[in-house]
Design a protein around this ligand. Structure first.
Ligand SMILES: [Zn+2]
Ligand SMILES: [Zn+2]
Length: 296
């Protein structure tokens, strides 16, 4: 029988079982923790392994690897790419990627340029609504290559235009609101190929948030390697459903908190603990991968 994640058994961990959190963000995208702070909090939460999955970047991976090494935590490189399949937005996590691979770095640069354009467009729309928010303020606050909506929202709060981040999203930034700008997405097939070429495995993030379960079998046929069955926003019923689906489609099972530090409420790290047995299976899938280099 597969081990159950701690969200089914709140007391788990006392028995000495080891856990991973494979979905984490830092200030290299829209999180608020530095890699060192994140690793420290992971250690406090008792994690034995962590993956960094910042949006459209691998910049934080080197520092995170160093911080994890110091704390005796296993580190897995990663990223989270926003992709599209038949009109549905899907987030694809790439695990074990070579963060120096030239093609990956090239593509990431393009995604980041598009993100910066999108921030300029959002700010321009906010300006047209009469608020003198400056793009420089957003970029200075973001201080990273992958700026996004949370940074625009935080700048609106910082400048006193909105009381809270939630209010900024509600008034301006949510889909359908006046400063919402559609996000460029590569196709899911291209994103999976990019991840595979960089020696990684492609995992669909938080399927429970995307409401397009019917496309998962097709993604699996196109090269998807795993499904994020355990996520902070998945109910127990959803997690069990995705576990069964992953089993029937022969997909690896992953899980993570999707912690963004303080940028989306309270830090979630430690809220989802994936038993290490799942990480071992993910590594087996990685070893079987054609582009696989030896794991350390
Ligand atoms: Zn996501
Ligand atoms: Zn995420």
């Amino acid at each position: 029988m597969n081990p159950s994640p701690s969200i089914f058994r709140p007391g788990a961990g006392v028995s000495g079982e080891l856990f991973a959190d494979l979905h984490l963000h830092t200030l290299f995208s829209d999180g608020t923790f530095s890699p060192e702070e994140l690793a420290r909090r992971g250690a406090q939460a008792g994690l034995a392994a962590m993956a960094l999955t910042d949006h459209d970047t691998v910049e934080g991976c080197a520092r995170m690897a160093g911080a994890c090494r110091t704390l005796g935590i296993e580190f897995i490189t990663g990223t989270e790419l926003t992709a599209e399949f038949e009109g549905h937005e899907v987030h694809l996590l790439g695990y074990f990627i070579d963060t120096q691979q030239p093609r990956l770095l090239d593509e990431i640069k393009k995604f980041q340029a598009v993100r910066q354009e999108r921030v300029l467009e959002m700010v321009s729309r906010i300006n047209k609504l009469g608020l003198p928010l400056r793009a420089e303020t957003v970029f200075a606050l973001a201080n990273c290559q992958s700026p996004g909506r949370p940074h625009v929202g935080r700048a609106l709060v910082q400048e006193g235009f909105c009381a809270t981040l939630e209010a900024a999203f509600e008034r301006f930034l949510k889909k359908g609101r006046p400063a919402w700008v559609p996000k460029y997405k590569i196709s899911a097939a291209d994103a999976m190929e990019l991840i595979h070429q960089a020696g990684g495995l492609a995992v669909m993030a938080h399927p429970g948030l995307n409401h397009c379960d019917h496309i998962i079998p097709q993604l699996a046929r196109d090269g998807l390697d795993g499904l994020e069955c355990f996520h902070s926003k998945h109910s127990g019923t959803q997690s069990r459903y995705y576990l069964a689906l992953a089993g029937s489609l022969h997909l690896a099972v992953t899980g993570g908190s999707d912690c963004h530090g303080f940028s989306k409420g309270k830090p979630l790290i430690g809220g989802v603990k994936l038993p290490l047995a799942y990480l071992e299976k993910l590594k087996e899938a990685r070893r079987a991968h054609p582009a696989a280099a030896p794991l350390h």
